[in-house]
Unconditional design. Sequence first.
Length: 251
Amino acid sequence: MRKLIVAGNWKMNTTVPEGVELAKAIVEKAKGLPAGVELVVAPPFTHLASVADVLKGSKVCLSAQNCADHEKGAYTGEVAVSMLTSIGCQYTILGHSERRQYYGETDEKLVVKTKLALEAGLKVILCVGENLDEREAGKHFDVVTAQTKNVLYHFTADDLKNVVIAYEPVWAIGTGKTATAAQAEEIHACIRSVIAEKFGAAVAEDMTILYGGSCKPSNAKELFAEKDIDGGLIGGAALKADDFLGIAESF
Ligand code: PEP
């Protein structure tokens, strides 16, 4: 059975007290959410321990936005997977386009990070997606196929049980431009076929594939109605509990 997930990427927003308040509001509102939809919040590293306390006993899961590509040691400014699991983190986002674009995150690095995360017992939300030039050049299927293969083909079908893919067209992130449901669906179906090609149809069928890019309560229903869209990775709208929950109620 495919899991439905709505994950909120807070990026570099909120102070710790603001983040704690936001988490409290999400936990409160999530009580009314039908079972079967998993909520995940991904605050900045500085917030994780405090937000973990707020989430205790709730159905909201905790995610980091990134992790180090080394286990431990002299890597100033980095955060290891063992540090994340030690405060109760269950997920980490990896390969967000902002990390690929501004911090030189490569597919090779993502293989290492994904391996470390899975070995530590963290689930991975792996982001893929084309930029505007690539879409305009008609290369979006090729880009997303390559990003998916370059990372996930290094893993086993068993590993994939703990991986969620987020398709995030870069041109739709934070721009207010959402991919149409049809545009998103055709890429999601493509990603699923890339998974099926190596791991078989059953593994592909079970894979949760999220859409991200200016998703909000007003467009989530149409997106989530598509057969290969299993939820969303939400940026801006994840910073308001009402909007975030409004999206989660759109299945
Ligand atoms: C994101 O960055 O993951 C994202 C989807 O952002 P937004 O919802 O703001 O477009």
